[in-house]
Design a protein around this ligand. Structure first.
Ligand code: PAF
Length: 287
């Protein structure tokens, strides 16, 4: 059964709607998105349904996390389809502010995350990114005051940054990571996959293939440097420009080197970013 969610576009209306839910003692889960919803987002929504009585999805293409050279204007916007998809998932409310509601004239505050936001992965290539994400997510959390919020593991560094921020600022939100949803050939679902030409789409799964190959070598006791060099060759041979392929501590995202070990039992994460044509793709897996 599908039911169109309540669509809210300004903060006072949001407060009223959420106060109504809380008066009924409903717990609330928030799924922050930038729209262009795909199966990956839908799995976040389903995860949210399992964690709380009511699900709020925010749709806001956040300008402060895009550099002037990036794809803010071109970013896919599919509002009607997004609403239809969320209606089939029994979402209670869509929080869809415009830029003026989120950043009114004179807005002058920015959160500057450290820790996982400065470990030299995405932050090295998109220095503005985590400040923009942390600022908008802090706003979303204080606007919606959810009990839990669900983020995809596909943006693994983002997940760690947001979780740390929620803890550091006592925002009272439990941040939950949800597994990456993949196409049949392994390509991680992403709103940006629509940018890929047919030929690029055919090549793109090499990222996941390389991650799997490197992870298998590492699990079999292979040396990180050699395994990673092999994965990097695979990616560049397929014609992608590699930004990084790195093994990190899964919690802190600190580098894992042979000399430092990081302990046999510490969870590790292998993270990759590469550009294919004009499209920058990221992915990661547990090791
Ligand atoms: O992952 C995203 O879609 C965005 O970075 C987020 C978390 C919605 C913040 O704008």
């Amino acid at each position: 059964m599908s039911r169109t969610p309540l669509i809210v576009r300004n903060v006072p209306a949001l407060r009223r709607a959420l106060d109504g839910l809380r008066a009924k003692k409903a717990s609330v889960a928030l799924v922050p998105t930038m729209g262009a919803l795909h199966d990956g987002h839908m799995s976040l929504v389903r995860q949210a349904q399992r964690r709380a009585d009511k699900v709020v999805v925010s749709i806001f293409v956040n300008p402060t996390q895009f550099a002037p050279t990036e794809d803010l204007d071109a970013y896919p916007r599919t509002w009607q389809e997004d609403v239809a998809k969320l209606a089939t998932e029994n979402v209670e409310l869509i929080w869809h502010p415009d830029t003026k509601a989120m950043y009114p004239a004179g807005f002058a505050t920015r959160i500057v995350p450290e820790g996982a936001a400065t470990v030299g992965l995405e932050d090295r290539f998109r220095p503005h990114f985590f400040g923009g994400v942390a600022t908008v997510v802090a706003k979303l959390f204080t606007q919606c005051r959810p009990d839990v919020a669900v983020f995809g593991e596909k943006d693994f560094q983002q997940l760690r940054v947001v979780a740390q921020m929620a803890r550091d600022l006592d925002l009272g939100v439990r941040v939950i990571g949800a597994r990456t949803v993949r196409e049949r050939d392994g390509l991680a679902r992403s709103s940006r996959n629509v940018y890929l030409s047919d030929e690029e789409r055919r090549v793109a799964p090499v990222l996941y293939q390389a991650l799997k190959q490197v992870a298998a070598r590492l699990r079999a006791g292979g040396k990180p440097e050699a395994a990673i060099a092999g994965g990097a060759r695979m990616i560049t041979a397929a014609g992608l420009a590699l930004d990084y392929l790195e093994l990190r501590d899964a919690e802190t995202l600190a580098p894992v080197t042979a000399s430092k070990g990081n302990g046999k039992n510490a969870a590790r994460r292998l993270l990759v970013a590469a550009t294919l044509g004009k499209t920058r793709l990221i992915d990661n897996i547990a090791v």
